[in-house]
Ligand binder design. Structure first.
Ligand code: ATP
Length: 363
């Protein structure tokens, strides 16, 4: 029996709701796998933990995460819970830095043309199927915790790109492109910012290690345009931390919204899996959050664990999601349906071992 120890951080807002759904799905998948089990341990991190004990990310929580084979996180932070300087507490960013989870992989896949605001895209048409690789540990977020002298009439943020940071994220992105359709696009602002010109020079150097991967270079402002006009042309994008943050929300908007966008934050030692969305406080507690992004993140976790059976489990999740997305009567509000978080979870679980007898939508 192969046992996998999963540290589970439900977090705040809709985090606990979507995590509960994804754990039900994990249990259903486990029942289909041979000689594999998952032991889940809850870890308290986030705004709630801060309000209870004064620290959103206790050292003991980091130790629990480090001891696990993988980490599953819902979402953390709440708009009204802030540090004295006015910024929100963001333990999810701190965790990436502490565990060196530099490689933020954000798949963007349109399962049903009806869920996109764009016309002419989707299965059977021009597919939207790409992955945004976001550098997670430096860039414009790098000195956000640096002490700032009080009383100044200005404030600055530094966009820091190191050779090591750029080289490792570019290698990770080339490697992913090689495993997908062999096309990697660098997204930068090399025409204006020296840090970005440096990032591009490192990208060009690493490109010589991957002659089989076709490359493009696009400025970030143009990429915002191209993602709307011709998203089907992209396979893997690699970019700086803040550009990746913004573009991955834009890209989620092309495929049905944040409830459809999973992610993996990977390092050389640890892997953390979470939906790309935040805590969505306006819908928290209503039982209507779409859990699919978190469930797809569990699929990414199973794939990353790398055991033949967990990889098989990842495929089961992908196939069940693809099936359910074709059934308009089984979906949550954000996708134009009427179902609750619990109802879509139950439908997805029903689809895991067997095809669903649903009425498919015309699109
Ligand atoms: P953060 O800054 O923490 O990433 P955010 O400000 O980008 O968060 P989100 O919490 O991701 O905001 O929410 C953005 C929008 O998407 C909100 O309208 C929210 O209600 C919606 N949303 C996010 N996640 C889901 C979900 N799982 N199901 C349905 N709607 C969602």
């Amino acid at each position: 029996m192969s046992r996998f120890h999963i540290a589970v951080v439900p977090g705040d807002g809709i985090g606990p709701e979507v995590v509960a759904s994804s754990l039900e799905v994990l249990t259903a998948v486990q029942a289909q796998l041979v000689d594999v089990s998952f032991d889940c341990e809850e870890v308290s991190v986030g705004a709630g933990e801060y309000l209870r004990h004064g620290d959103p990310l206790p050292k003991s929580a980091i130790a629990q995460m480090k001891a696990a084979d993988a980490i599953l996180l819902g979402a953390t932070g709440l708009p009204e819970v802030r540090w004295p300087n006015g910024v929100e507490i963001t333990p999810q960013i701190d965790i990436r830095e502490i565990l060196a989870l530099y490689n933020g992989v954000r798949p963007i896949k349109l399962y049903n043309a009806a869920h996109s605001p764009l016309k002419g895209f989707g299965p059977g048409q021009r597919p939207i199927d790409m992955a945004i690789v976001r550098e997670n540990c430096e860039g414009l977020f790098s000195d956000r915790l640096a002490p700032r002298p009080a009383g100044r009439d200005f404030e600055t943020d530094t966009l820091r790109i190191t050779y090591r940071g750029a080289a490792r994220i570019c290698r990770a992105a080339f490697d992913l492109a090689r495993r997908r359709r062999g096309h990697l696009t660098l997204v930068d602002k090399a025409n204006v910012l020296p840090s970005m010109a440096f990032f591009r020079s490192v990208f060009n150097e690493i490109a010589s290690e991957f002659p089989d991967v076709r490359t493009d270079r696009v400025y970030v402002d143009a990429m915002a345009l191209f993602l709307v006009q011709r998203p089907h042309e992209f396979d893997v994008l690699v970019t700086e931390n803040m550009f990746g943050d913004i573009l991955s929300d834009l890209a989620a908007g092309l495929i049905g919204g944040m409830g459809m966008a999973p992610s993996a934050d990977l390092g050389d030692e640890y892997g953390l899996f979470q939906p790309s969305h935040g805590t969505a406080p306006t819908i928290a507690g209503k039982g209507i959050a779409n859990p699919i992004a978190t469930i797809l993140s569990v699929g990414m976790m199973l794939d990353w664990l790398g055991h033949p059976e967990t990889i098989r489990g990842a495929r089961m999740i992908e196939e069940a999601v693809a099936q359910i997305m074709r059934c308009p009567d089984l979906l949550t509000l954000d996708l134009g349906g009427t179902k609750t978080t619990r109802e879509i979870t139950a439908a997805l679980i029903a689809a895991i071992p067997a095809p669903l007898p649903c009425q498919e939508s015309a699109t």
